[in-house]
Design a protein around this ligand. Structure first.
Ligand code: 3UK
Length: 546
């Protein structure tokens, strides 16, 4: 590794053992980064100094009123925050800083400030509770936090339980001792720390449903690699693009799509704190956004509302976080004329590695390995599967999994054989002869019923084609006779009633749409489905007895 700029080497000291590292490939010319690199300097200082300086980087709406800020203004703000971190809080390079806020301009400025100062950002989802925050603070040994005032309660509860958490500054507050008050008399210039390309700049925690959260370590180089892969090949943004969407900046899907990608291309982003499908559409209309990032469930709900809005500005839509059912793709296309760009990414890989351009879409497929990445499907012996055969997805590229001090590293990165150093995402996939990848299920979500392997998402895709179905989730539940049976939890559209008759009709519909043995033997009608802050269905909750 390159000599570190970090005085505090906590993170480097807790990287996985060398023999468990992912193998990295940097074949594309745009991925050949210099040995010394500060990604915030590339994304912010460099852009602010050039032709983009006076152009807008962040838009926001506060009570319907539009505000915007230029690259140069954002740079000045981030620099002042960097001074507060290093002078007032006396943080040393390599120290971890917790970040907590909904998507707003201060959250963006704080992330950039932390990274400019050679500190390590630990962004956290706004809805996390003190107990979850404590796990993260303890694991990453975080000594300071920058937190939105509205998230103060859980922050203070966590702080009381964490000896390491010594200093917390609040923002969007305005009061005495707030971050805003401290930064006000700081210089607007700051000398960035000359970090190594492989110094950590962020620990992103996975939104795991069970057990201790896993911290994935990302280097300065990784942040630029995420900008130079997916957006460059599939989105092709221009400086006139306006990005918009829902994923939190604390989720790498949102950090890329709503902050780093726009900045890498001299474009701008709309940061909004809470967006529902209808307010997202309203925001696109008001800000004339051109690119939208959100989860499949949002596109499905938006499809029904599109005609109430003027979306002429909108050109491209990206879906990730969970599988995009073809029925949703078609509904949204009929409503808006836009072919959604699906992409699978992971916190471990930092962003998307299989996707497609709108022109090269294939129904039912997530896409192909995007330039910079390789992907394959392997069997239980670790050998590549023939086209059409379901196996485990393995990927390799310029980014890869590095858990902070975690024995689960060896479950994610292959340790032996020809594919040593490839990443196993935990997804069951099949590939066709042209290299398109078709999602089946999470490997541990495959349903085994009377000896058949059944992928829940395939049954969901069938159900979603029925006109009465708004949303659904399909899981395996224990059954004395068959081991497991297929159970569907169904949200009906308004105007339909969930009764015996409807259950029968849906069962018959699935039998006619896909192989009959996959039909849901149990159907439960529910008012809504349990989802994470990132739009993922919480399948484990559907397995719990009603
Ligand atoms: C699933 C998908 C099918 C898949 C993420 C884009 O979701 C992200 O990261 P997470 O760590 O979860 C990773 C897992 O989510 N998944 C994500 N996208 C798709 N399954 N089709 C998709 N398009 O199981 C994957 O292993 O929360 C997504 C960018 C950055 C991200 N962190």
């Amino acid at each position: 590794m390159e000599p570190t700029a970090h005085i505090d080497t906590f993170v480097r000291d807790r990287l996985p053992p060398k023999n468990q590292w992912p193998r990295l490939v940097f074949d594309l010319p745009e991925l050949r980064y210099p040995k010394r690199l500060n990604c915030a300097a590339e994304l912010l200082d460099k852009m602010a100094a050039g032709v983009y300086g006076e152009r807008t980087v962040i838009h926001t709406l506060v009570e319907g009123k539009a505000y915007s800020c230029s690259y140069r203004t954002l740079l000045a703000r981030a620099n002042q925050i960097a001074h507060v971190l290093t002078e007032d809080l006396k943080l040393k390079t390599g120290n971890r800083v917790l970040l907590r806020a909904p998507n707003n301009p201060m959250m963006a400025a704080c992330w950039l400030a932390v990274v400019k100062a050679g500190l390590v950002a630990v962004p956290t989802m706004p809805l996390l509770r003190a107990k979850e925050l404590k796990q993260i603070i303890d694991k990453a040994r975080v000594g300071a936090a920058l937190c939105d005032l509205r998230l103060k309660d859980e922050m203070e509860l966590a702080r009381a339980e964490c000896r390491d958490m010594k200093q917390v500054l609040y923002f969007n507050d305005g009061g005495a001792n707030s971050l805003e008050q401290r930064l006000a008399d700081k210089p607007t210039a700051f000398r960035n720390v000359d970090t190594a390309a492989d110094d950590a700049c962020m620990i992103a925690f996975t939104s795991g449903t069970t057990g201790q959260p896993k911290g994935t370590v990302h280097f300065h180089r990784d942040v630029l690699a995420m900008c130079d892969c997916f957006p460059r090949s599939c989105l092709k943004p221009t400086p006139d693009d306006i990005f918009c969407g829902t994923p939190p900046l604390a989720f790498t899907f949102g950090l890329g799509g709503l902050l780093c990608f726009p900045m890498r291309f001299g474009a701008s982003t709309v940061l909004m704190e809470r967006l529902s499908p209808d307010t997202l559409l309203e925001t696109i209309q008001k800000t004339k956004a051109t690119i939208c990032f959100t989860a499949p469930t949002y596109y499905r709900q938006m499809a029904a509302l599109v005609r109430n809005y003027n979306l002429r500005s909108l050109k491209k839509c990206v879906s990730a976080g969970e599988a995009l059912p073809d029925a949703t793709r078609q509904l949204f296309k009929e409503a808006s004329g836009i072919e959604i760009i699906d992409g699978i990414g992971a916190t471990e890989m930092i962003h998307i590695f299989i996707s497609h351009t709108p022109e090269r879409v294939r129904p039912g497929a997530t896409g192909y390995a995007i330039p910079g990445y390789e992907a394959t499907v392997i069997d239980e012996n670790g050998r590549p599967c023939a086209p059409g055969v379901v196996g485990r997805l393995a990927v390799k590229g310029p980014t890869g999994c590095r858990y902070l001090a975690d024995s689960r590293q060896k479950n994610y990165v292959i340790g032996t054989g020809n594919l040593r150093g490839w990443n196993l995402t935990g997804d069951a996939y099949k590939m066709d002869a042209d290299g398109y990848f078709y999602y089946q299920a999470r490997t541990d979500d495959m349903i085994i019923s009377a000896g058949y392997n059944i992928a829940g998402p395939e049954v969901e895709a069938a159900l979603l084609q029925h006109p009465a179905v708004a949303e659904c989730g399909v899981v395996g539940v224990p059954d004395a006779e068959r081991g497991q049976i297929v159970k569907a939890c169904v949200v009906l559209k308004s105007g339909y009633t969930g009764n015996e008759l409807m259950a029968k009709e849906l069962q018959e519909f699935v039998k006619k749409t896909i192989a009959a043995y996959k039909y849901p033997r149990a159907i439960q009608f529910v008012a809504s489905l349990p989802r994470t802050e990132t739009g993922k269905l919480q399948r484990f909750k559907l397995r719990e007895p009603a």
